[in-house]
Ligand binder design. Structure first.
Ligand SMILES: [Zn+2]
Length: 76
């Protein structure tokens, strides 16, 4: 009887830990987009910069207009 109670207590604790772990994980993924912005790499010079500050042309990201032009000219 006493052994069965311990068994149930362990099961309840396990369920509690699993639920708590899932909630912590969910909070983390929800916070991520606000805290860390998606970083892109300039195709011409390789500089990393936030996506909102980059210039995107034909699906390729650049750090400035100059590098976009240079890349598009070198491609032709
Ligand atoms: Zn660049």
């Amino acid at each position: 009887m006493f052994g069965k109670l311990i068994f149930i207590a362990i099961i309840v604790l396990l369920i509690y830990w699993i639920i708590r772990g899932k909630q912590a994980k969910k909070e983390k993924t929800e916070l991520l987009p606000d805290e860390i912005e998606n970083m892109v790499c300039c195709k011409h010079c390789g500089m990393h910069l936030p996506e909102s500050e980059s210039i995107t042309a034909q699906g390729v990201s650049f750090c400035c207009n100059d590098h976009q032009q240079k890349y598009l000219h070198s491609k032709q």
